[in-house]
Design a protein around this ligand. Sequence first.
Ligand SMILES: [Zn+2]
Ligand SMILES: [Zn+2]
Length: 445
Amino acid sequence: MTKNKLVRLISLSAIGSLFALSVSADNLMQSIEDDYSNRLGDIFADFHANPELSTGEFRTAKILASLLRESGFEVTEGVGGTGIVALMENGPGPLVMMRADMDGLPLEEKSGLPYASKVTQLDPVTGKVFPVMHACGHDVHITSLVGTAKQMAERRDSWSGRLMLIGQPAEERVLGAKIMMQDNLWKRFGKPDYALAFHVAAGLPAGNINVQEGAPMAGADTVDIIVHGIGAHGASPHAGKDPVLLGSQIVVGLQALVARELPPREAGVVTVGAFHSGTKHNIISDRAELQLTVRNTNLKTRDKLLSGIERIATNMGRVAGLPEDKLPEVIVLDESTPPTINNDPLVRRLKAVWQNAMGEDRVTGYSSQGMGAEDFPFFTTEPAIPSVYFSVGGTHISDIEAAADGTGPAVHSHHSPLFKIEPQPSVTTGIQATVLALMDLMPVN
Ligand SMILES: [Zn+2]
Ligand SMILES: [Zn+2]
């Protein structure tokens, strides 16, 4: 879509919302569907065709900011890089935050969609040019945020409080939430009483949402272990301390953490993804480097795994007879993110609201199977804010079933160049669930 067409759409939508204000206050889903046909379908296709890399979401943020302003929000741009904060003050009541992440991924799109991305971008982080694709569905999140803003603005009589909508950069680098917080987010705009976010899920039927108690997304830590050896001739191992052997013993030792130290029903992962050492067959190196990803679903497990890694690595150094100042070093890098932990009473409350309004069969409560991570908890962990992170279905049920019984093509996963979701039911269900939750959290007293 050209910029002019988008500007025209934005002005048309402003007229549309005045009209809608006078005629419709209650038929939420019809109003969302109308907004999708009039505006959101084109906005989604435009976002999808013009994805941007983490921290480089300049165009996306500008368009999102202008669309939120059109709905009457007071928008601040440039919060933590390209982040935006949109506020609507609407009487006494709680401050509630809804977050949508904005970034795409460095991938060449092969979905075959008519609005597939063909763009490339200079990556602000690496300085290299990459093809870019919305291969995680963040275009659904931002389009839904636009629709949510309009519905909430049109229903100001039905809620009371302060609504904060956040367009977040760089989720894919688990960086954006952190840099927005470092930009004094709560000091500048107020600390929310509740926080919400959702992710579209290719594996969940379109039209459905899923919300679970506990941790829908894992916490992740990125850990380096530097093993200092003592170099020697490969034929004289007694003259050195071999970091390849010591590193291997550390890798094996680490396996006991999940297998023997975590309670069996407690989820955890310790993966050594890289092990580098040495230059030549007959040289005992003086250094080995291990690169780990460590996953948890609560902070107790996180402490247990990280302190266990430290304990095993340093003591293996002692076992090898290394001096105290040469023991292996364990470095937790700042690419880490805490687990996304839902507030259980709030989950139960919103689940009841959703089931009541959307129908019980559309609202499920499956637990996550994987240990994928997310940076939303940087908003909600310190200080703690009661929050709910949920999933919105992104694939027609018939396609999911056909893929499952082998009669249809596979449902491609997030971060695949073939990834595609059904935009209409994803966006409209995302808006419906968000608006229902916001209305419940900000009642008129
Ligand atoms: Zn992703
Ligand atoms: Zn994502």
